[in-house]
Write a protein that binds this ligand. Structure first.
Ligand code: GLU
Length: 429
């Protein structure tokens, strides 16, 4: 069974690390397992809409630059398109397309009524002033004005974007349509209809599924050695929550450097150090400096890659010592590395489950906004936890029933639900 992608090829990438090909391979495996019709597979292999816009912006120097902005809307079979917008130099149309597809399966797996989308601009935010970033963001959203909306497509934060960008997006959309529309984006600041618990949500979701997996092994988070790659929105929150739950966070890293302590890091102290040290881990006194590559191979029980794609590859997979890998990032384990971890009996909690906490609380934010009724943080966390725990057990059950790895189990659930809805809705005309 082969998927036929109509997506235009851009910069050639070696097939084994092309994120879109990788996403299609997982889809094909799920389709085989589910014995999906070839035509359905073909529909699901292709994004419904691929949008690339030019974003002309005047920089602070007075110079005009044009950026390319992408929004890929993979599927809206189950509801409005949903997914983040990332600002990162490695953004390509194929990467955004892969991530849009992942969002479709993620939302379906979690049982939230959304389709999947993703957007991005290939920039390093740190190279631009706040004013420049605001102009880039506002022009991007105004170019997308007809393609987004609270019941059409709802962007959210992703790598390199945060509540600040979401407020600019909400404002730009609202000014263009003539009234305030908080539901057009999620991950907003609390002042404009954001939800309590959203900032920590992806990290919290990852901690919850690891906790459940440990429970199934007859263990607990208490004293469990955890290494986390990435110390931003996701990794930073996960580190804090693992630490609070009594786990021993032995290593963390950001894009430049990592730190390691066999006895466990004092995460609040690490955070305070970073705040005082221009967001750098360099020189943190109570730990040994390590590289990002070394972090992945630390002697630990749980490894949480919470940064970029393709971090655990054929080259380093044999040195990975963790017994559980929780994919807090999207696609951090390559296809080959995944097979090798599987063969060694390492439990891989797949990205569409392990990092779903973010979109789950986005959904809760959207629901609160639409009903004009806001909840306290305890309620948000409880509702999110229920959805995450439920999805985790569904995946484990599917894996047992079909005798397949957790990733394939998660994909069969997500893909299966979208395929079922697609065949129930039928094709127009
Ligand atoms: N960017 C996050 C993700 O990849 C959140 C998406 C959302 O909240 O819509 O899941």
């Amino acid at each position: 069974m082969i998927s036929t992608s109509l997506l235009p090829l851009e910069t050639p990438t070696p097939a084994h690390i092309c994120p879109f090909d990788q996403a299609c391979s997982y889809l094909e495996a799920a389709a085989r397992e589910l014995k999906l019709d070839q035509g359905i597979l073909e529909i699901l292999s292709n994004p419904r809409k691929v949008i690339t816009v030019s974003i002309p912006v005047k920089l602070d120097s007075g110079e005009i630059r044009v950026f390319a902005g992408h929004r890929v809307q993979h599927s809206d079979i189950l509801g409005p398109y949903k997914g983040g917008i990332r600002y990162h130099p490695a953004v390509t149309l194929r990467e955004v397309s892969a991530l849009a597809m992942l969002m479709t399966w993620k939302c379906a797996l979690l049982g939230i009524p959304y389709g999947g989308a993703k957007g991005g601009i290939a920039i390093a935010p740190k190279n631009y002033s706040v004013g420049e970033l605001e102009r880039i963001t506002r022009r991007f959203i105004s170019e997308l004005i007809k393609d987004i909306g609270p019941s059409v497509d709802i962007p959210a934060p992703d790598m390199g974007t945060s509540a600040r960008e979401m407020a600019w997006m909400m404002d730009t959309y609202s000014v263009n349509v003539g009234h305030a529309v908080p539901g057009v984006v999620t991950g907003k600041p609390l002042s404009v209809g954001g939800s309590l618990g959203r900032e920590m949500a992806t990290g919290r979701g990852a901690m919850i599924v690891v906790r459940e997996a440990l429970k199934d092994l007859g263990k607990s988070l208490q004293g469990t050695r955890v290494a986390i790659q990435g110390f931003g929105n996701v990794g930073g929150a996960a580190a804090q929550l693992f630490y609070e739950a009594g786990a021993k966070v032995i290593g963390v890293s950001n894009s430049t450097i990592g730190i390691y302590s066999e006895t466990g890091l004092d995460i609040p102290a690490v955070k305070a150090y970073m705040t005082a040290n221009h967001q750098s881990l360099l020189g943190y006194p109570q730990a040994t400096a390590i590289s990002n590559a070394e972090l992945l191979t630390l002697p630990c029980d749980v490894l949480v890659p919470a940064a970029l794609e393709n971090q655990i590859t054929e080259e380093n997979v044999n040195q990975v010592q963790a017994k559980i890998v929780a994919e807090a990032a999207n696609g951090p384990v390559t296809l080959e590395a995944d097979r090798s971890l599987q063969a060694r009996g390492v439990i891989v909690l797949p990205d569409i489950l392990a990092n779903a906490g973010g979109v789950v609380v986005s959904y809760l934010e959207w629901v609160q906004g639409l009903s004009y009724l806001f909840w306290d943080e305890e309620r948000v966390n409880r509702e999110m936890e229920n959805l995450m725990v439920h999805a985790y057990h569904e995946v484990v059950e599917q894996s047992r029933k079909r005798e397949i790895p957790l990733r394939l189990a998660a994909y069969t659930l997500g893909v299966g639900r979208v395929a079922k809805a697609l065949s129930d809705r039928g094709l127009y005309p």
